[in-house]
Design a protein around this ligand. Structure first.
Ligand code: ZN
Ligand code: ZN
Length: 313
């Protein structure tokens, strides 16, 4: 019932969800039927959940956009952006989109890696990875607070002086390509493996197999995974099992609430902030250090191709 309300409000806010489902169905399903990677029907288990995410997109995206503002500010990604600004100003306009793409992709590589390897962030990203079957619709399963993953990259580019048009176009292209990468198609596209990411590359990213954990974070160019030691594309086999080991409930509404369990309620934090502003700033800084900065450092320093960090993938 609650899921139907979310879908209805989502469609009132933005009918694009309906268009997106129709467009992806028409564009992807024929290829999945002609070149299937795994034999599975369109009406596979949990397909309704993923269609629900797509239809409620209008509402979920608004929640994601609101959450993206504090994430962008607190990420401090605008700081290196401002430092790069004089250099970016010297780039000829014709090559600016290419440099923008490289910087955007590099920034997303690291935020995506941290959304996996920092347990507090993984709570939200785990919802996207909880799908056990990849296909035309599974890419839509994303928690709105996980959507904040691209916020640091966007603020970084804007602060560096790239135009809102270039930055916005990169974000939109990344999201659209992301949907298609989940398709259940068997193309290996071997010559492209090290050049640009393919469905096979992203399927390994979703694989729930020990060797594949914490790999293939790039969203445009595999070069970042090759450079930072997280590239995983074995020649002799293909991913068989997707999903996560930990418990993730079935159904959109339960999944939207799941990552929030055990977190202090917003109301209590705001109340504490009003009553003891200085004490609460110090408490938040302490928590941020313990739950964000220390795991980020650990993720950056871990040995290349070391799988499985405690508490996260
Ligand atoms: Zn991921
Ligand atoms: Zn994915």
């Amino acid at each position: 019932m609650a899921a139907l309300v979310l879908v209805a409000v989502g469609l009132v806010v933005e009918t694009g969800g309906l268009f997106a489902v129709g467009a992806v169905f028409v564009l992807v399903v024929p290829f999945e039927k002609l070149f299937p990677r795994h034999r599975q029907p369109i009406r596979r288990p949990d397909v309704g959940t993923d269609i629900g995410y797509a239809l409620a997109g209008g509402l979920l995206n608004i929640i994601g956009l609101i959450a993206a503002v504090p994430v962008a500010v607190l990420s401090l990604a605008w700081l290196p952006g401002l430092l790069l600004r004089p250099a970016v100003a010297m780039i000829p306009p014709i090559v600016a989109p290419v440099i923008g793409l490289l910087l955007f992709d590099l920034a997303i590589y690291w935020t995506h890696r941290w959304y996996h390897e920092v347990p507090l962030l993984w709570r939200f990203h785990a919802i996207h990875h909880s799908t056990e079957r990849l296909d035309w619709i599974s890419g839509f399963r994303t928690h709105p607070l996980d959507g904040t993953l691209i916020a640091p990259a966007v603020i970084f580019l804007l602060a560096a002086g790239f135009s809102p048009e270039v930055t916005g176009a990169l974000a939109v292209v990344q999201i659209v390509i992301g949907i298609f990468l989940h398709a259940n198609v068997r193309w290996r596209l071997r010559p492209l493996h090290r050049v640009i990411i393919t469905p096979d590359f992203h399927h390994w990213h979703h694989a729930n197999e020990p060797e594949a954990i914490n790999s293939n974070y790039s969203v445009f160019l595999p070069s970042w995974d090759l450079l930072f030691g997280t590239y995983f594309m074995p020649d002799d086999r293909r991913p068989q099992r997707y999903g996560v080991d930990e418990f993730v409930p079935a159904g959109m509404v339960a999944q939207l609430r799941h990552p929030l369990r055990g977190l202090p309620p917003m109301r209590r934090l705001l109340w504490l902030g009003l009553r003891h502003p200085w004490r609460s700033v110090r408490a938040v800084a302490r928590l941020g250090r313990r739950h964000i900065l220390v795991p980020i450092r650990r993720s950056g320093l871990r040995r290349r191709r070391t799988a499985g960090l405690s508490g996260a993938r």
